[in-house]
Design a protein around this ligand. Structure first.
Ligand code: NAD
Length: 462
């Protein structure tokens, strides 16, 4: 147990304004592993002031120099990859291998991609008798969740710095340690004082103070739809730009011509990875009725294999929430074919990998985001029925389509109301825009589209 001190503000670790702390718990064994200061509006104000003060010089820094700092940041993160993975495993509970392959590796790739984009992006263009300048939007408030704790910070901070913005990050309560590690990395990379600032604290206190601060020009938020809605309302009051990455309830559509075993196995792996705590997880598997029984059997077998390997969910509240959804699924008439609400271990916030069959569209488990290792398998009659079910939620973040021919899958994917679709198991691409249709959010992260979120245009006429 370690008592971590201070907030990273204006290029140094400074004592927090208040005395309150947040306990960080290892969800695998329920032990307190550390405490961090619970920031107040006073800390937030100091951080926003530091970011404002640093803005003019950073905005005027040539993109090549900004790129050099991001490249140095990538290198520091790469050199500390093991420490990052160990920290995420300790505070989030994900198995170490997954922490190494995803929680550490993806942010390194994303930081690298923005080092490259900062160096190559055209911050100026000509149209007719005008020159259009793409200028940094200003001071960015980045409010992030715990499920991919470093990735979600880097997916905001790297493009913001590439654009010439300065940033204040408020990380999730459950995972502040990797955020502190990131602040150290930013420092070591030689990013000027005040360009990046970190305030740990509770959402309704530090998070809200940050979103409400008049010195912030853009709020970039990733988290639940409920909090996203509040943040959008606050921003609207100040006519301030927001970017929202919210929840999802994505469909994995297996067309009759697909390789069924592959589609089901990859689909189950997608839902179970990170203990089901992935906003873009394909938590609804849609199978043609002729292949339904076989798919259910394959899914149950695949899920059972995850029993030993799966990590805990992040905290006791999340475990109880997920178990509540499993109980609701049973109560509403879905058929449990793997897992269930009972805890598989005495200690730690573990949930059994769970698969429901005979799920119908109207059921709660088919509509609401569970954010745990729970898969619902639904049957469809024909392609139109599959499309109707796939599009039949308030969300639209991701999805998958499987078919014998790529063109058939693409034709279906083009009709889906969602921001990302993986075709026949297509791999994650850190350059592809990521974000939601409908209530899954506003704006896009990653790649060039993610950079554009942090820019505004000024046109000069000649
Ligand atoms: P959450 O909304 O409770 O918290 C997210 C962040 O917002 C945290 O830092 C929290 O402290 C802060 N916060 C909470 N209340 C606040 C307030 N009133 N004002 C300002 N900030 C506040 O979400 P969570 O439980 O941490 O994360 C899970 C949710 O995030 C899921 O719904 C998931 O789908 C979503 N998510 C979406 C994406 C995406 O890219 N679309 C990615 C990851 C997670």
């Amino acid at each position: 147990m370690k008592a971590y001190d201070g907030m990273y503000i204006g290029g140094a670790w400074r004592p927090a304004a208040g005395q309150d702390v947040i306990e960080v718990v290892n969800p695998a064994d329920e032990q307190v592993i550390g405490t961090v200061p619970a920031g107040t509006a006073e800390d937030v104000d100091a951080a926003v002031r530091a970011a404002r003060a640093a803005l003019p010089a950073w905005a005027a820094t040539p993109p090549a120099e900004r790129a050099a700092r991001l490249s140095a940041l990538r290198d520091v993160l790469a050199a500390r990859a093991d420490e990052i993975a160990g920290t995420v495993t300790a505070e989030l509970g994900s198995p170490l291998k997954f922490s190494q392959a995803v929680h550490a590796a993806v942010p390194i790739a994303v930081a690298g991609s923005y080092a490259e984009l900062a160096a190559t992006y055209s911050f100026e263009e000509k149209t007719g008798n005008s020159v259009v300048h793409h200028e940094p939007i200003g001071v960015v408030a980045a409010i992030t969740p715990w499920n991919y704790p470093l990735h979600q910070i880097v997916a905001k901070v790297a493009p913001a710095l590439a654009a010439g913005c300065t940033v204040v990050v408020k990380p999730a309560e459950d995972t502040p340690l990797v955020a502190r590690l990131f602040a150290d990395a930013v420092h070591k990379a030689g990013v000027p004082a005040g360009v990046f600032n970190l305030v740990t604290g509770l959402g309704p206190v530090a998070g809200q103070a940050l979103a409400e601060h008049p010195g912030v020009d853009l709020v970039s938020f990733t988290g639940s739809t409920a909090v996203g809605r509040r943040i959008a309302a606050i921003a609207a009051g100040q006519v301030k730009k927001v970017a929202l990455e919210l929840g999802g309830k994505s469909a994995n559509v297996i067309l009759p011509s697909a390789d069924l075993a592959k589609a089901v196995n990859v689909g189950v792996a997608n839902v179970m990875s990170n203990s089901g705590q992935t906003c873009s997880a394909w938590t609804r598997m849609l199978v043609h009725r002729d292949h339904y029984d076989e798919a259910v059997e394959l899914a149950a077998t695949a899920a059972a294999k995850y029993g030993e390997r799966i990590g805990p969910v992040v905290n006791a509240k999340q475990r109880d929430r997920v178990r509540g959804y499993i109980e609701k699924g049973v109560a509403e008439g879905a058929r449990l074919v793997a897992g269930g609400p009972e805890s598989p271990r005495e200690t730690g916030y573990f949930v059994s990998p769970t698969v429901f069959a005979d799920v119908t569209e109207g059921m709660t488990i088919a509509q609401e985001e569970i954010f745990g290792p729970v898969l619902s398998v639904l049957a469809y009659e024909d392609e139109e029925d599959a499309l109707r079910i796939a599009n039949g939620t308030v969300y639209g973040l991701a999805g998958a389509v499987w078919a014998g021919e790529e063109a058939e899958a693409v034709a279906f994917a083009r009709r889906m109301e969602t921001g990302q679709v993986d075709i026949n198991g297509g791999r994650f691409n850190p350059l592809a825009p990521f974000g939601g249709y409908k209530q899954s959010g506003v704006g896009r992260e990653l790649g060039v589209h993610g950079l554009a979120e942090y820019l505004q245009t000024k046109s000069l006429q000649f």
